[in-house]
Design a protein around this ligand. Structure first.
Ligand code: NAD
Ligand code: HJL
Length: 270
């Protein structure tokens, strides 16, 4: 994996207000970062890795990774992209811990997975994979866990809810308590991003948002960012709308920065 040229200082300074800061809600600071097309697609389809960022916005992503204790993706992204989940920016001073949400232990991570190779070469950290607690004793999980522990990673069991998912509240407090994680950069995919943008118990856990918008349409069938409108018990939908918005043009892309946790706009429906 080749190294990415450093991110220019005059651009880096523009992102400072959107970097993690100590959170008052007791959870790690959460940054949502992804690249999207003009039709809100992350990729051409499930399982298809699709390059959207240009070279400068790619460098921006790797620069931002160095400010986070952890980087988090869903199992389908891990399976389709075989990601490194490290920062490949020249002179990276800090590497985030990779976290993968994989309740059903679908990801067959091996010694030759890129993230493990990266950890072996000390260019990044070994991942922690979050599985449904019931799958911790599964033979394949036990083997993979042993392999990951050699490099400082592992598997962590979490109980799932009725829909087979982890609650974000549980994920975030567990990561803080067990791994000492203070900030998390969530990169995708669609399933993970949409669930974070939906309300959980009347709240959302996203603090900062940094979205790269590329000048292209991926067409129907793509993996799209479009959360379900989940009404609260009074039937109201709280529309997530960014505050303190900044648009930063970068070569052919534009990067949208904003904050989500300030009070959101109420949408009363048609
Ligand atoms: N453009 C980008 O910035 C970007 C970023 C990441 C991924 N991608 C692309 O997105 C696609 C994958 O997205 P996707 O939506 O298919 O899958 P995903 O990566 O969001 O993974 C979904 C899986 O993650 C797990 N998961 C998610 N939320 C969970 C929760 N709350 N509790 C427990 N488990 C949970 C489940 O196993 C679920 O099936 C790929 O094509 C990938 O290349 C693009
Ligand atoms: N910023 C950005 N621009 C893109 O054009 C694109 N396709 C991604 N995709 C994100 C990516 O799919 C997941 O975050 C990875 O899976 C991480 O992969 P690496 O660690 O870089 O190897 N991200």
């Amino acid at each position: 994996m080749s190294s990415i040229p450093s991110f220019p200082d005059d651009l880096a300074v523009q992102f400072e207000p959107y970097l993690p800061s100590a959170n008052t809600n007791g959870f790690p600071s959460l940054t949502l970062t992804f690249a999207t097309s003009l039709d809100s697609a992350l990729s051409l389809g499930p399982g298809i890795q699709t390059q959207l960022s240009g070279s400068l916005t790619k460098a921006m992503t790797h620069h931002i990774r160095t400010f986070h204790s952890a980087i988090l993706v869903g199992a389908s992204t891990a399976i389709s992209d075989d990601p490194g989940l490290n920062s490949r920016i020249q002179g990276a001073k800090h590497q985030p811990i990779p976290i993968v949400l994989d309740p059903n232990a679908r990801w067959n991570i091996t010694e030759s997975s890129r993230v493990v190779q990266t950890a072996k070469e000390r260019k990044g950290r070994a991942p922690f994979i979050l599985v449904n607690s019931q799958n911790l004793d599964d033979g394949a999980v036990v083997e993979r866990k042993k392999m990951l522990q050699n490099y400082g990673g592992g598997y962590i069991g979490i109980n799932v809810d009725d829909s087979g998912r982890f609650k974000w509240e549980t994920i975030l407090s567990m990561l803080k308590q067990e791994l000492g994680i203070e900030s998390i950069m969530v990169e995708g995919g669609g399933n993970v991003i949409n669930s974070l943008l939906e309300e959980e118990g009347n709240r959302r856990f996203v603090d900062n948002v940094i979205i790269t918008i590329a000048p292209t349409w991926l067409g129907k069938g793509g993996v799209v960012v479009s959360p379900d409108r989940k009404p609260d018990p009074k039937g109201q939908y709280t529309q997530p709308r960014l505050k303190e918005v900044k648009w930063i043009p970068m070569e052919e892309d534009v990067v949208l920065c904003g904050k989500l946790n300030a009070s959101s706009t109420l949408y009363n429906g048609p």
